[in-house]
Ligand binder design. Structure first.
Ligand SMILES: Nc1ncnc2c1ncn2[C@@H]1O[C@H](COP(=O)(O)OP(=O)(O)OP(=O)(O)O)[C@@H](O)[C@H]1O
Length: 330
């Protein structure tokens, strides 16, 4: 049987179609570390070949955040409800009639081949794009024409596919910019370093230091971001998002371009953020091994339409999803 790895996001060339996709990398395991159903772990993931998270000294998603995730699945309220979202750019239909929800504390992945509409959906969620049709209900309130800064004030933070940091500024200063939406005192008070402003800035500095400790980047706090390797820059971007103390974190390809070790670290931090802070996470990721291992639920887009939605196991067995990635029906 032809094996097709799920690492790439490109649609599989016609000549290579057929067979079953490999949900490679880190298979989702049960609490004992065993693979449900006893299936083989495909060995082609960019993370250690054939090695589940547990073998890398990490707990798997199922193990590490099992309690939190079970609560999310069973008791977590829907905090974001996207109903019949359609978005076009001129004649290009980026999203067509898409509905799905996100529950409090869960890790929700959005996957799909290139151009499926994943980034557009993330941009709809944080108010960068305004869909022509559909409703967005966040924490029980319908949102209309929301601006990204308003989304940030509501507790939604995000990272970007292409790192969006100030390369000439230090790690510390970049992370400090994540506190911008939290500032209460005015510009003049800050310029004069006046009482309330000074107290406020001390509080922000303290929060930033906590994030630096959490993400283990103390040693690079004074380093200009542009001098850091790519994987560390991604971590700094996560730090900046966390500095805003979000209740919902949107991650656009957090592992893109990372080596094995960097991916292991990022996986661990995402799971830690979710478990320790209860942060709801919506992520786009092309590494299917990672997606299937750390996500509670996965929504699958293709050509701007939703073709699958469910637990990793449900999505893996969905014929439409397999067809979208392999170009063949089963
Ligand atoms: N600002 C824009 N202007 C015009 N077309 C756009 C814009 N943003 C996205 N599109 C189009 O919408 C469709 C979906 O793009 P989107 O970037 O959301 O897909 P994606 O699934 O994130 O792809 P990738 O995995 O390659 O990042 C594509 O056809 C894309 O060209």
């Amino acid at each position: 049987m032809t094996q097709v790895a799920w690492q790439g996001t490109d649609r599989v060339p016609a000549g290579q179609r057929g067979g079953q996709p490999e949900w490679s990398g880190m298979a989702r395991t049960d609490a004992s570390g065993a693979i449900p159903g006893g299936g083989a772990i495909a060995p082609s993931g960019p993370m250690a070949p054939g090695a589940p998270l547990a073998d890398m000294g990490l707990q798997t998603g199922a193990q590490q955040s099992q309690q939190t995730h079970e609560q999310a699945r069973t008791g977590g309220e829907v905090i974001l409800d996207l109903q019949h979202i359609s978005l076009s750019f001129g004649g290009v239909k980026a999203l067509t009639d898409i509905s799905f929800d996100v529950c409090e504390h869960e890790i929700r992945a959005i996957i799909g081949p290139n151009g499926a509409g994943k980034s557009s959906m993330l941009n709809v969620i944080n108010g960068v794009y305004h869909p022509q049709q559909g409703r967005i209900v966040f924490r029980g309130e319908e949102r209309r024409q929301m601006h990204p800064t308003a989304a940030a004030r509501q507790g939604i933070a995000r990272t970007f596919q292409n790192i969006a940091l100030f390369k000439g500024m230090t790690v510390l200063d970049n992370i400090m910019t994540g506190r911008n939406t939290q500032f209460r005192t005015g510009f003049l008070a800050h310029a004069l370093w006046w009482g309330p402003a000074r107290n406020e800035e001390m509080r922000h500095r303290q929060k930033v230091e906590e994030v630096i400790d959490f993400l283990e980047i103390q040693s690079i706090r004074k380093t200009p971001v542009g001098r850091l390797p790519y994987g560390l820059q991604k971590r700094v971007e996560l730090a900046r998002a966390l500095a805003a103390e979000p209740s919902m974190l949107l991650l656009d390809e957090p592992m893109a371009g990372m080596n094995v070790e960097e991916k292991q670290d990022m996986c661990r931090f995402i799971l830690d953020v979710n478990r320790q802070f209860g942060t709801t996470i919506v992520l786009i990721e092309h590494d299917m091994g990672v997606v299937m291992d750390i996500s509670d639920r996965v929504v699958v887009l293709d050509y701007g339409k939703k073709i699958g939605d469910g637990t990793p196991d449900e999505v893996k067995g969905n014929p439409d999803v397999i067809k979208a990635y392999l170009g063949t029906s089963h």
